[in-house]
Design a protein around this ligand. Structure first.
Ligand code: ARG
Length: 558
C-alpha cells in the first residue's frame, strides 16, 4: 500500500492539476502533529484566483478515505494523517509477501556500466580505491534493485610511464623471489626507492623513460615484466576484493585501450575539433576554460584520450542507458572534459554519463600520498577489523557456531559501513579505532539489531499468520512507518547514486526497532503476538536487504 500515491489520487480527483504535478507538490510535514503528508494549495491559488486557505478548506471537506484517520486543512495546506492500523497491516503484509524483493521497482532498465575501484598496478590499493570499490558496489546493487543491469568495470591503471620507472627500478634493486613473496609491497618499495634515488640521480628518470619506450614498442623483456607485474598485482587485489565480497564483470583497464586511441584522435581530427596549441593537440573547451589536451607535445597520449576511447568502446559494447564513474572528487575536471569532448563529437549519450565523486580520506588531517609512502594498507585494516570482531564474539558469545564467518562478516561489514554512512562527498579522517567501533552509528550495530530480531523469532518458534497483522501501539507504528518508507529510500539512493541514504535509513530503523524491543514485551502470549512477530520478521527482512544493498552481510546470530 503506497499511502503517498493514495494521497495523490485523492487530491487529483478534486483539483485541475495533472497527477504528476500533484505528486511533485506533496510534502512531508516536518512536524508529525501536522500529519504524514500535506498538499500545499498555493499552486492552485493563481489558477482559481482564490485564497489558498479557502481552497485547502474546500478540498479537505470533499475528501474522506478510511486509509487516513484525519484529513484536515491547516492554513494553506491539506494535511493527511495515515490511519496507523492500516499502515501497519498493509506494510507488514507487503513485506512478508515480497520478502527480499520488497522495495524492488522499475525505475528504468538497460545496461549501466559502472567504472569503479580501478587501482593502479604495482601500488597498494589506496583508501580512495577502497571508497570507489564499496560505493560502486552498493550503487550497482541499488541500480539492479530498481530495474537496471549494472556492469561493474575495473578500469585498472595498468599502463603509463610509471611502468618504465618500475622496470628500471626492478632491474636495479629487485628480485624475483621478493616479488613472488609479497608482490605489491615489494614492487611498491622499488617504486618509492626509484623516486628517492632519482632526486639525487636524474639519469634514473632517463632510464625509466627508455624502458617505457621499449614497452610501447613491444620489446619482449619489457612486455614480459609488465605482464608479470600486472598479474601478480591483480592477484593481490583480488584477495582484497574477495574479502570485501566484490566481483567485477570486466577488468579492461588502461592497457586494453592502447590500440583504440589512434582512431579517436583521427575522429577528432576528421570532425575538425583538434588543433595545435604550444606543440600539443588540443580540443577547445569554450571561453575562459583551458583547452583539453589530447596528444602531448612529446607525442604521447594521455589519460583523457584513453577515457575517450574507453567511453566509445563501452557504448558500442554495452549500448548503455547510463554510465557512471565512481572516482574521487579531485578528478572532477577530467570528467567535465570527457563529457564536453564527447558532446562536441556529436554524441548525445554523453548526457547520460555521470561522474559520481566522493570525498577525500585524510589521516591526521593530512592527505594520504602513495608516492611519499604515506599509505594505509587495506589488507591490514581488514585483518585488524576482523580480529577485533573475533575478540568481541569470544567475549560475548563464545559458543557461537560459524564464529570465523561471523567475525569476518562483522569486521569487514564495519569497514564497509563506516565508508558508506556519510554523504559520499564528505571528507573524513581515517582512524582505525573509529572504523572498527561496534557501538553507535556503525554497521555492527545494525547487524546486532538484525541478529536480535532473528533470536526473538527463534525463541518464539511459531509460524506467522498473514491474517492477523494489526498493531495499535506507537512504538510499533514508528517501526512500521520506517519500513513503509523503504521503497522510497531505495529509489532516492538510486537516483542520487548515494549509498549513505540507505546506511542512514538502516541506522534509524535499528534505533526504532531497539526502542520497540525495550518498551514492548514482544513474546507475551496475547492476541497481538502474531502481529508483533510479523513486525520483527519484517524488520529483519528490511535490515538484511538494506545491508545487502550496502554490500554488508547480515549474520542471523552473533
Ligand atoms: N586509476 C585511476 C586512479 O587511480 C582511476 C581511474 C578512474 N576511471 C577512469 N575511467 N578514469 O586515479
Amino acid at each position: 500500500m503506497d499511502f503517498k500515491q493514495k494521497v495523490v489520487d485523492l487530491v487529483s480527483e478534486q483539483v485541475s492539476l495533472p497527477k504528476e504535478k500533484v505528486a511533485m507538490l506533496i510534502e512531508r510535514p516536518k512536524n508529525a502533529k501536522m500529519g504524514d503528508y500535506a498538499f500545499p494549495a498555493f499552486a492552485l491559488a493563481k489558477i482559481e484566483r482564490k485564497n489558498p486557505a479557502i481552497i485547502a478548506q474546500e478540498i479537505a471537506e470533499k475528501i474522506s478515505d478510511d486509509n487516513f484517520s484525519n484529513i484536515q486543512a491547516v492554513g494553506p495546506y491539506v494535511n493527511f494523517a495515515i490511519n496507523h492500523e492500516k499502515l501497519v497491516k498493509a506494510t507488514l503484509n507487503d513485506i512478508l509477501n515480497k520478502k527480499a524483493h520488497y522495495g524492488d521497482q522499475e525505475l528504468g532498465h538497460g545496461n549501466v556500466p559502472i567504472d569503479m575501484s580501478s587501482p593502479n598496478i604495482a601500488k597498494p590499493m589506496s583508501m580512495g580505491h577502497l571508497r570507489s570499490t564499496v560505493i560502486g558496489n552498493s550503487i550497482a546493487k541499488t541500480m539492479e534493485k530498481v530495474g537496471y543491469t549494472p556492469i561493474k568495470i575495473n578500469y585498472l591503471g595498468d599502463y603509463g610511464t610509471q611502468f618504465g620507472k618500475l622496470i628500471a627500478a626492478y632491474k636495479h634493486w629487485g628480485s624475483e623471489e621478493e616479488v613472488k613473496k609479497d608482490p605489491i609491497m615489494n614492487l611498491f618499495h622499488y617504486y618509492v626507492r626509484f623516486h628517492k634515488e632519482a632526486e639525487k640521480n636524474p639519469a634514473l628518470e632517463e632510464e625509466g623513460r627508455a624502458w617505457f619506450k621499449k614497452l610501447e614498442e613491444g620489446d619482449p623483456e619489457a612486455t614480459k615484466l609488465w605482464q608479470w607485474f600486472r598479474e601478480v598485482s591483480l592477484a593481490d587485489f583480488n584477495r582484497i576484493y574477495k574479502e570485501l565480497g566484490v566481483e567485477f564483470n570486466s577488468y579492461n583497464g588502461e592497457a586494453f585501450f592502447n590500440d583504440k586511441m589512434q582512431p579517436v584522435i583521427d575522429e577528432l581530427k576528421d570532425k575538425g575539433l583538434l588543433h595545435e596549441s604550444q606543440g600539443a593537440q588540443v580540443v577547445d573547451m569554450g571561453e575562459d576554460e583551458n583547452p583539453a589536451i589530447i596528444v602531448k607535445s612529446d607525442g604521447t597520449s594521455i589519460y583523457l584520450t584513453r577515457d575517450l576511447a574507453a567511453a566509445e568502446w563501452r557504448m558500442k559494447e554495452y549500448n548503455f542507458v547510463k554510465m557512471l564513474y565512481v572516482v574521487g572528487n579531485e578528478q572532477a575536471q577530467h570528467f567535465v572534459e570527457l563529457k564536453t569532448v564527447l558532446k562536441k563529437m556529436g554524441y548525445d549519450w554523453a548526457d547520460e554519463i555521470h561522474h559520481v565523486p566522493f570525498g577525500l580520506i585524510t589521516q591526521g588531517g593530512k592527505k594520504l600520498s602513495t608516492r611519499k609512502g604515506n599509505v594505509v594498507f587495506l589488507d591490514q585494516v581488514l585483518k585488524d577489523a576482523v580480529s577485533l570482531a573475533q575478540k568481541q564474539i569470544e567475549e560475548k558469545n563464545p559458543s557461537l557456531e560459524n564464529k570465523d564467518q561471523v567475525a569476518h562478516d562483522v569486521g569487514v561489514g564495519a569497514v564497509i559501513f563506516h565508508d558508506l554512512k556519510n554523504d559520499r562527498l564528505d571528507n573524513f579522517d581515517f582512524d582505525l579505532k573509529e572504523v572498527v567501533r561496534f557501538e553507535g552509528d556503525t554497521g555492527p550495530y545494525v547487524q546486532y539489531t538484525n541478529a536480535r530480531a532473528q533470536s526473538i523469532l527463534r525463541k518464539a518458534n511459531k509460524p506467522i499468520s498473514m491474517n492477523d497483522l494489526a498493531l495499535d501501539d506507537d512504538w510499533a507504528f514508528a517501526v512500521a512507518k520506517d519500513l513503509a518508507d523503504f521503497p522510497e529510500i531505495v529509489a532516492k539512493a538510486s537516483e542520487r547514486f548515494e549509498p549513505s541514504i540507505i546506511a542512514k535509513y538502516a541506522l534509524n530503523l535499528s534505533k526504532k526497532f531497539n526502542k520497540y524491543y525495550a518498551n514492548v514485551r514482544i513474546l507475551d502470549e496475547n492476541s497481538q503476538l502474531n502481529a508483533r512477530l510479523a513486525l520483527v520478521q519484517a524488520t529483519s527482512i528490511v535490515l538484511t536487504e538494506a545491508l545487502r544493498l550496502l554490500g554488508v552481510n547480515a549474520p542471523k546470530e552473533m
